[in-house]
Design a protein around this ligand. Structure first.
Ligand SMILES: [Zn+2]
Ligand SMILES: [Zn+2]
Length: 467
């Protein structure tokens, strides 16, 4: 179906007179043209403000009339008559012809039916008269969907009275309460219906981001909101993250703490954790490193791998590509897999360099001299005892000016252990997730002075370490 032959804008004059629909819309289009062409600079602020408010009311009235007409078309099965092709549904027709979103189209039809063919005559009249907004009328219509008609008629005056003093969101809540009073059974049915619509969908995107889309019932929504709220607060006055970014960080933090706290059921005998598989080149920050692999969610940039390796559990898996092909690779049963470092070495000539790099690993990662082919045990880079000592010394993030407490913090190596830095207190510092990222990915450099105070130098493009 060609959806471009008619558009909502056609009657404004751009589409030309032949397309202007009949019966007063041409006059309305002419008025809108005048509005568009009007110069308002000469008007006083008060007049312009009054004008804006009155205009909004007219828009709401118009939308009310539009919904009324939509009801008529829906009732007559006239959707699609414009092209002489009866449409299977009124909402589908709106989507096709006006390119409305699926949700918006369904909602328009539902609201129209409830107002103009249901038992809310007072609300419909108030909308057309400009006494309530479309959002208010929709709150009443949606909120009383499950209420029997005779109850709806009786309750309507009280709802309209409330619509005069509440905003649509508040009105929606009030309607919910009143429905519970006038029709407890209906309210219960509606709650069950809402609960069944719940869902949460996660999908990796082409950009390497993960998209989250979901719908929660009111109780679950409140629980999630309550859990995110304390984690989503701005860190300080300089926190310039948007509300959306803070919510995203809070959700991640919540999940991270659940994983670290060990409250979650084990999957296959292993506690679910972030598992990053990364080549040694990437871990060493050598040029050409392909980054780590997060599995389902895709790749993790080399510097992100280094950040994760700062304070994780590491399993060293040394392989040659040849062995990989023979399938003689993998984790021995019984090995913990809290985190894994897999060193993939392409050419045999790199084995020497690989050995040299391995000797740089601290002893708590399984000893310096290693066989080139082996699966090591999972080892926590920073031991619980060291973490406790750090907690006492640093208390929270040491980044100058940051006051995030211990629970937000990773242990960071001032000189990374993969570069030969020791995992001991003088080389460790607590950094909150944001500042840990700022130091690794953001290029800030954190230095501990002889007096024990930390200073941070701003980013400059630091050279990748050449191996
Ligand atoms: Zn770090
Ligand atoms: Zn911090």
């Amino acid at each position: 179906m060609d959806s471009n032959t008619y558009s909502a804008q056609a009657p404004t004059g751009r589409g030309g007179p032949p397309d202007v629909p009949p019966l007063h819309l041409a006059e309305l289009a002419a008025v809108v043209d005048k509005l568009a062409a009007q110069g308002l600079d000469g008007l006083s602020a008060a007049v312009r403000a009054e004008r804006l408010l009155a205009w909004r009311q007219l828009l709401d009235r118009q939308e009310g009339l539009w919904l009324q007409e939509l009801t008529a078309i829906d009732a007559r099965g006239a959707a699609g008559a414009d092209q002489d092709q009866p449409a299977p549904s009124t909402a589908g027709w709106l989507r096709n012809r006006l390119r409305m979103g699926a949700g918006a189209a369904r909602s328009a039809v539902r609201t129209a039916r409830a107002l103009f063919r249901g038992s809310l005559p007072g609300t419909a009249a108030a909308l057309v008269a400009g006494e309530v907004s479309v959002a208010h009328a929709r709150a009443v219509a949606d909120g009383t969907q499950e209420v029997p008609d005779h109850v709806k008629l009786e309750a309507e005056p009280a709802l309209l009275e409330a619509a005069g003093r509440l905003d649509p969101h508040q009105l929606r809540r009030l309607v919910g309460h009143l429905c519970q009073v006038v029709d407890p059974d209906g309210a219960d049915r509606q709650a069950v219906h809402r609960h069944e619509r719940r869902g949460l969908w996660l999908a990796p995107t082409f950009e390497g981001m993960v998209a989250i889309d979901g719908l929660l019932d009111p109780e679950a929504g409140q629980i999630v909101q309550a859990a995110l709220e304390p984690l989503a607060r701005p860190a300080d006055a300089d926190d310039d993250r948007s509300a959306g970014q803070r919510n995203a960080d809070a959700l991640t933090e919540l999940c991270r703490r659940s994983l670290e706290g060990g409250w979650l059921p084990k999957a296959g005998g292993v506690r679910p954790q972030l598992l990053v598989t990364v080549g040694l080149d990437s871990l060493l920050g050598r040029p050409g490193g392909v980054g780590g692999d997060l599995g389902w969610a895709g790749p993790l940039a080399p510097e992100g791998c280094r950040r994760q390796a700062c304070d994780g559990a590491v399993t060293r898996v040394v392989v040659t590509r040849q062995l990989d092909r023979q399938g003689d690779l993998g984790h021995r049963p019984g090995d913990e897999e809290a985190g894994a470092t897999r060193d993939l070495v392409g050419e045999a000539g790199l084995t020497g360099r690989l050995r040299a790099a391995m000797t740089l690993l601290p002893p708590n990662l399984g000893g310096a001299p290693t066989q080139p082919l082996e699966v090591g045990r999972a080892t926590r880079v920073v031991t619980p005892a060291q973490r406790a000592a750090l907690a006492v010394r640093d208390r929270g993030c040491v980044f100058p000016g940051c006051e995030r407490p211990l629970a937000w913090c990773d242990a960071h190596h001032l000189e990374h252990w993969v570069d030969g830095g020791p995992t001991d207190l003088p080389n460790l510092a607590l950094l909150c997730r944001a500042h840990h990222r700022a130091v690794h990915e953001g290029g800030w450099r954190l230095i501990r002075g002889p007096d024990g105070r930390f200073s941070a130098t701003p980013p400059h493009r630091r050279h990748r370490r050449a191996a």
